[in-house]
Design a protein around this ligand. Structure first.
Ligand SMILES: C[S@@+](CC[C@H](N)C(=O)[O-])C[C@H]1O[C@@H](n2cnc3c(N)ncnc32)[C@H](O)[C@@H]1O
Length: 288
């Protein structure tokens, strides 16, 4: 009986989080959501989910904390350096070469679950380095960072990070692309204005059934979409919906990066060429 009440309370908590955020959590992995609610219960010292439900109903300030916990914000710059090595040496050069060969003036890249911007800025650093070493003119680059969580995106736009999050960045790159204004704590760094101006951050919910891509993505035709370490929390049907969205938004020959512990469902394995099976980089086939 008690267990049943707890289960009902959990469903109600998830439902309230859904109403508050607009995100459809019904197709996320229930066990992960349950664990994340458990974390919030510990933080606010609730002994049962039913108690937590009461707490939530009487403390509206808890909603953003709950939704933030349910959507998991772990990230860091150049997370998984081997992936960024391949992006730097293979993916970006191929994107730029292709744009030049087709006389195309624009390149479009979308970091679609970008947390506090670490992944989008990592890509921006690689692009800035490539452009700094290029003699010829280059296309206009749209680099979009989106996430469900507007608070994370506000932090991303501000671009202030603790030293721990920058551990994968070499010293020369750190001094080129980060500053340490006196207003910050000694272990904090801020992304340099030049880099901040390269990335547009905007909220976008990947479960949104009515919109395929963020507003500035209306014309889609992305060259590269990253969705790393988000699909792992989704049930298979939601994962398929999100991949269908990316498949539609990518131009033929465009690239897709997933997290290392994520993979393409069988339905898509014929539609993408695998660039590297270990680190989950794919290319949308030219003809299907
Ligand atoms: C673990 S972080 C991954 C961050 C980054 N991609 C990385 O690999 O380091 C997962 C991110 O997915 C976002 N997320 C979860 N559900 C989402 C949704 N429905 N739409 C957009 N972003 C979502 C979360 O807010 C969180 O920032």
């Amino acid at each position: 009986m008690v267990a049943e009440n707890e289960e009902t309370a959990l469903i109600r908590v998830i439902d309230l989080a859904q109403q508050w955020s607009g995100c459809n959590f019904t197709r996320y992995n229930p066990s992960t959501l349950g664990r994340r609610v458990g974390r919030r219960m510990i933080d606010v010292r609730c002994q049962s989910v039913a108690d937590y439900l009461d707490y939530l109903l009487t403390h509206p300030a808890e909603y953003p904390r709950l939704v933030s916990a349910m959507t998991i914000k772990v990230s860091r710059f150049f997370r998984d350096p081997e992936v960024f090595q391949l992006i730097d040496t293979v993916i970006l050069p191929r994107i730029f070469a292709r744009a030049a060969a087709n006389n195309r003036q624009s390149v479009r890249i979308w970091s679609s679950a970008c947390a506090c911007g670490e992944e989008a800025y990592s890509i921006a650093i690689l692009i800035a380095e490539i452009l700094a070493n290029e003699q010829t003119s280059h296309p206009n680059i749209t680099l979009l960072g989106t996430d469900l969580d507007s608070q994370s995106l506000a932090a991303a736009a501000e671009g202030i990070y603790h030293r721990e999050e920058l551990l994968e960045i070499s010293e020369p790159l750190r001094s080129r692309y980060f500053t340490q204004p006196l207003s910050l704590w000694p272990l904090q760094f801020q992304v340099a204005p030049q880099l901040r101006s390269m990335v547009q951050f905007t909220t976008f919910d990947l479960t949104n059934p009515t919109r395929l891509a963020p507003p500035s993505g209306i014309f889609s035709e992305y060259d590269f979409i990253l969705c790393r370490n988000m699909l792992i929390y989704c049930q298979p049907a939601l994962k398929l919906d999100i991949l269908r969205r990316f498949f539609t938004c990518l131009r033929p020959g465009g690239f897709l990066a997933l997290g290392r512990s994520e993979s393409l469902p069988e339905y898509y394995t014929d539609r993408f060429e695998t660039i590297d099976p270990r680190i989950k980089l794919y290319m949308k086939k030219e003809t299907i």
